[in-house]
Design a protein around this ligand. Structure first.
Ligand code: FES
Length: 305
């Protein structure tokens, strides 16, 4: 099959970019999309022209390195498929394919089809971890995890961080990515001790990285090669409300989060005359907040959400 490729060529983040057209012949239906680009690059190198820069690593849909827009659709539009798994049999002889990098302010172009996705790394650094000592592999069933929670965590952990969700969203929102990472750890007993801090920190970092906000378009779910469901965004919003409520009672010290004055502080500044005494406030707090359960116990896992 013979194709015309319109590819975004850009030397660097600061250089202006433009589409350049290339003809490519003898593409077979068995080739993957990246193999087709390899063929184009061999041809360009033979002609002493700079090859097209694109990112890849595993080429089997698990590392999240690859990704660009094909005819305006992230990863080419085949459901649950990364561009490295995309076969050329989905295209027709004579097609013109337009290839361009992810378009988002938080993902500046490095070169051609490669963008800088380190904003995702910084969101992970903000809270996508647990600090509990993991040691060696624990005995089976030492920490009981309800089946439903294990399935949710597993589904969320499938996110490969490719950035397609951001590229597809009209707001360039990273909510699906962040919600998957938050839900992965917040669903498990090992993730409970830092649940509130994790949620607040990762959401704060997401906002710092100038990603947009979710307005429920659902484009992210449609193009996600791992089919991360949009319901995880609902879980993230619920965890965020929970964390903000807890912070109101007991402010968390998180460097990246602006600590708004809690309601009690506001009383102190503006309504001293109607504020209950310290002792009354302390008793109310003790009555409202249940005693913490031991971390890792089944009761803790079952009641902490
Ligand atoms: Fe690893 Fe495509 S190269 S997911």
């Amino acid at each position: 099959m013979n194709l015309t490729l319109r590819i975004w060529r850009q030397q660097s983040a600061t250089a202006p970019g433009r589409f350049v057209s290339y003809r490519i012949n003898d593409v077979t239906p068995e080739m993957s999309f990246l193999e087709m680009l390899d063929m184009l690059n061999e041809d360009l190198i033979n002609r002493q022209e700079p090859p097209v820069a694109f990112e890849h690593d595993c080429r089997e849909g698990i590392c999240g390195s690859c990704g660009f827009l094909v005819n305006g659709v992230a990863h080419g539009g085949q459901r649950g498929t990364t561009v490295c798994q995309l076969a050329m049999r989905f295209f027709n002889d004579g097609d013109t394919l337009t290839l361009e990098p992810w378009r988002a302010r938080a993902f500046p172009v490095i070169r051609d089809l490669i963008v800088n996705r380190s904003a995702f790394d910084r969101i992970i650094q903000a809270g996508g971890f647990i600090t509990a000592p993991t040691g060696s592999a624990p005995d089976a069933n030492a920490v009981l995890v309800p089946k439903e929670d294990a399935d949710t965590a597993f589904d969320a952990a499938a996110c490969i961080g490719c950035g397609a969700c951001v590229a597809a969203c009209p707001n360039a929102s990273a909510m699906l990515f962040t919600s998957a990472k938050v839900t992965h750890l917040n669903s498990l007993p090992q993730g409970q001790p830092q649940r509130d801090q994790r949620t607040l920190s990762m959401v704060a970092e997401m906002r710092n990285e100038v990603f947009g906000s979710c307005t429920n378009h659902g484009e992210c779910e449609a193009v996600c090669p791992k089919q991360i469901p949009i319901e995880f965004i609902g879980k993230l919003n619920r965890d965020l409300i929970r964390a903000l409520w807890h912070r109101r009672r007991e402010p968390l010290k998180i460097p990246s989060v602006v600590q708004l004055p809690c309601a009690e502080d506001a009383h102190e500044h503006f309504h001293d005359d109607i504020r209950p005494s310290q002792e009354v406030a302390r008793r109310q707090l003790q009555e409202d907040v249940p005693a913490p359960l031991p971390v890792g116990s089944p009761e803790h896992a079952g009641t902490s959400r």
